[in-house]
Write a protein that binds this ligand. Structure first.
Ligand SMILES: Nc1ncnc2c1ncn2[C@@H]1O[C@H](COP(=O)(O)OP(=O)(O)OP(=O)(O)O)[C@@H](O)[C@H]1O
Length: 277
């Protein structure tokens, strides 16, 4: 799915060139769930910007889903970005005045999909992340975890080849972070290819492979024998309190089981039993 060879990015913006990425070779197969770790300044964001077609490398090759990205012009990159890549960011990047539904519709608007299909797909994506009851809410009417789930729904609607998530749990409390990881794990089990940047090893341990960066170089490619199961971790965190565990969060009991195909918002994983996908 992703094939990177000799990828190098040198920033020439200051007095001295900064080699942010140096000779990176990496393959991510379809259906893999990979995390990227490394100290601040090690090149993680630079890598994600290149993988996400938001920036061009100084040298090296990058193929996504069989397309050689380094040979594309800006228009070609924008097209690949919109159709092949789903982004999830730490700070959510939703439009504050728009409802969840409208936010999720946006990538399809840019892709020229008609309004009926947009609403249908956006509604289904919001249901998939457990937000059937929140489609007409705006971001400021939802908890951080819910807003991030809207962002994940938005990242899915164009059926991307790969999901790129940059610190998606960075602004969330432990439980909300686990709920987000439960969604990613469920998407991955359904076949999604996911690359996720995190500073937290506990989060990285939910993925089956951890790629470590240091000083712009890929220094270790670690296999995780038994990735943590987010639903199990949620179970170990105990039940949410009467208010859903945190201000503004949906109490799990308010989410009808039928509307939550993957049930990451439901803190009791047993509640998923008997559901069909
Ligand atoms: N636009 C830019 N212009 C100049 N230098 C840059 C630019 N973006 C990043 N850098 C430099 O490139 C190097 C790698 O930065 P990058 O943001 O990729 O690291 P990171 O691992 O994502 O760090 P963090 O965890 O703090 O986000 C750093 O030395 C950084 O200062």
């Amino acid at each position: 799915m992703i094939q990177v060879s000799g990828l190098t990015k040198i920033y020439n913006t200051g007095a001295h060139p900064v080699p942010a990425l140096q000779d990176v070779n990496l393959e991510v197969k379809a259906g893999e769930f990979v995390s990227v770790m490394g100290p601040s300044g090690s090149g993680k964001s630079t890598l994600m910007n290149l993988l996400g077609c938001l920036d061009t490398p100084t040298s090296g090759s990058y193929q996504l889903d069989g397309i050689e990205i380094s040979s594309l012009d800006d228009t070609g990159m924008a097209k690949v970005r919109n159709l092949k890549i789903g982004f999830v960011f730490q700070n959510f990047n939703l439009l504050p005045r728009m409802t969840a539904l409208r936010n999720v519709e946006l990538p399809m608007l840019y892709a020229g999909i008609d309004v009926r299909e947009r609403v249908k797909r956006a509604t289904a994506a919001l249901e998939r992340v457990g937000l059937a009851q929140r489609v007409h809410h705006r971001p400021n009417q939802m908890s951080g975890g819910q807003v991030q789930r809207v962002a994940i729904a938005r990242s899915l609607v164009n059926r991307p080849a790969v999901l790129l998530a940059d610190e998606p749990t960075g602004n969330l409390d432990t439980r909300s972070g686990e709920e987000i990881m439960a969604i990613f794990q469920d998407l991955n089990r359904g076949g999604a290819t996911i690359v996720l940047v995190t500073h937290e090893r506990d989060i990285a341990l939910h993925t089956s492979r951890i790629i470590h960066f240091r000083d712009g170089r890929l220094v270790e490619d670690e296999r995780v024998e038994k990735p943590l199961d987010a639903l199990e971790v949620l179970k170990s965190l105990g039940p949410v309190d009467e208010n859903g565990g945190r201000t503004g969060e949906t109490p799990a009991s308010n989410v009808p089981a039928g509307a939550v195909p993957i049930a990451p918002a439901v803190s009791d994983p047993d509640a998923r039993k008997g559901e069909t996908k």
